[in-house]
Design a protein around this ligand. Structure first.
Ligand SMILES: Nc1ncnc2c1ncn2[C@@H]1O[C@H](COP(=O)(O)OP(=O)(O)OP(=O)(O)O)[C@@H](O)[C@H]1O
Ligand SMILES: [Mg+2]
Length: 231
């Protein structure tokens, strides 16, 4: 067994500055963290914003909760079926939807988004991320980055649950209500698992009253105001 301790590591600083990256990419890197109930419109907004940013000449990339669960944060079965891991490995690496696994899901995304943003990209993350402490932890690592603070913009998609539930594109609210009615429960955010709303989000968008285009415009204006992109 290795005798090396996990903490026996030394940070090796690069020589490329934040300003050099910003100069190359004509933008400052940042994480735009979408949070909100299932069906609130996070993915729709993030994908539309990514398209607009690219069309304006910016390097942007969406990390979407559902998509990331096909790879980096996949569950054991997907890891075995698509990545060829053994059952033991898949159990060790795979993530489900328990509170612990949701925490690890968001922890990994916090770290990955920080890397993307530090590289100079506009990283758009679209995860329900229901627990305040997990989102705050992601914010904190951006603020405490060894390469200097990285902007972390929390976008609260605060569409009312009645609107989200009436959309129910994945049929998950219906499934969760039935599970609760049957006395089993499903641990579904907003139904029988909590959603802890952000206390001080940088941006709030209710897609029940704002169109996708209006929501995107609100975010673009914020990025221009903050000097992250040029108007
Ligand atoms: N501004 C809007 N106006 C009307 N409908 C919208 C708007 N934004 C999103 N929708 C619709 O709401 C539904 C849910 O949106 P979306 O899939 O983006 O939600 P989500 O927050 O990513 O949910 P999940 O957490 O389950 O991935 C979709 O059918 C989408 O077309
Ligand atoms: Mg989504």
């Amino acid at each position: 067994m290795s005798q090396i301790k996990a903490e026996q590591i030394t940070w090796h600083a690069g020589t490329v500055t934040r300003a050099e990256r910003a100069n190359l990419l004509k933008q400052s890197g940042a994480t735009l963290w979408f949070t909100g109930l299932s069906g609130s419109g996070k993915s729709t907004l993030a994908v539309a914003l990514e398209q607009v940013l690219i069309a304006r000449g910016h390097a942007a990339y969406v990390l979407d909760g559902d998509n990331i669960r096909f790879g980096l944060n996949a569950g054991p079965k997907i890891l075995m079926d698509t990545r060829g891991y053994s059952e033991t490995q898949a159990k060790r690496f795979g993530l489900g939807f328990s509170a612990e696994d949701r925490e690890e899901n968001i922890r990994r995304i916090g770290e990955v988004s920080l890397l993307f943003a530090d590289a100079g990209l506009l990283c758009l993350t679209s995860f329900i991320s229901p627990y305040r402490k997990d989102r705050d932890a992601a914010r904190k690592i951006h603020q405490a980055s060894k390469t200097g603070p990285v902007p972390f913009i929390e976008i609260y998609v605060n569409t009312p649950i009645e609107v989200c539930e009436s959309r129910d594109p994945k049929g998950l609210y219906k499934q969760a209500r039935e599970a609760v009615a049957a006395g089993k429960g499903m641990g579904f955010t907003g139904v029988d698992d909590p959603y802890e709303a952000p206390l001080n989000p940088e941006i709030t968008i209710d897609t029940g009253t704002l169109s996708t285009a209006e929501g995107v415009a609100k975010i673009i204006n914020y990025l221009i105001d903050q000097g992250i992109i040029k108007g």
